[in-house]
Design a protein around this ligand. Structure first.
Ligand SMILES: [Cu+2]
Length: 142
């Protein structure tokens, strides 16, 4: 009983400290058909907000650590927000401009365990080369 109590106490401490340090990163849709932040490295519990500063864009997840439950696709021109709870790499694009290379990469907890799955996603030639660039940036940035 005593052990269980201290376990829950520690668990609550961990959760509270996580919440206290949870961050929100804002990413704009830009007039250049890109995301203002292409590579975001975050921790579990952090939130990313996409701001429709330019018209005609959205956020559609293509891959993530749990392929069976990716965040849902956002509406065009809409504010969108996702809080991340699983470590790994997430790839998203803009539905209308993904083929032109409007991609974004999110790495949660600097965990690249599913990078090979990300690399296997079918993309246009331009998007593929953008993805390679984003992966290099993500691996340099720590
Ligand atoms: Cu777009």
């Amino acid at each position: 009983m005593k052990l269980a109590t201290s376990f829950y106490f520690i668990l609550i401490l961990v959760l509270v400290s996580r919440l206290a340090s949870a961050e929100t990163i804002q990413i704009d849709f830009t007039p250049d058909d890109s995301y203002s932040v292409e590579v975001a490295k975050i921790d579990i519990g952090d939130t990313i907000e996409w701001l429709p500063k330019n018209e005609g864009h959205n956020v559609e997840f293509l891959a993530g650590p749990n392929m069976n439950s990716l965040p849902k696709k956002s509406e065009l021109n809409a504010f969108y927000s996702v809080t991340f709870s699983l470590p790994g790499v997430y790839l998203y694009h803009c539905t209308p401009h993904g083929n032109m290379g409007m991609l974004g990469l999110i790495v949660v907890e600097n965990d690249f365990h599913n990078l090979e799955d990300i690399k296997e996603i079918e993309l246009s030639r331009i998007a593929k080369s953008v993805l390679q660039r984003l992966i290099r940036i993500a691996q340099l940035k720590s």
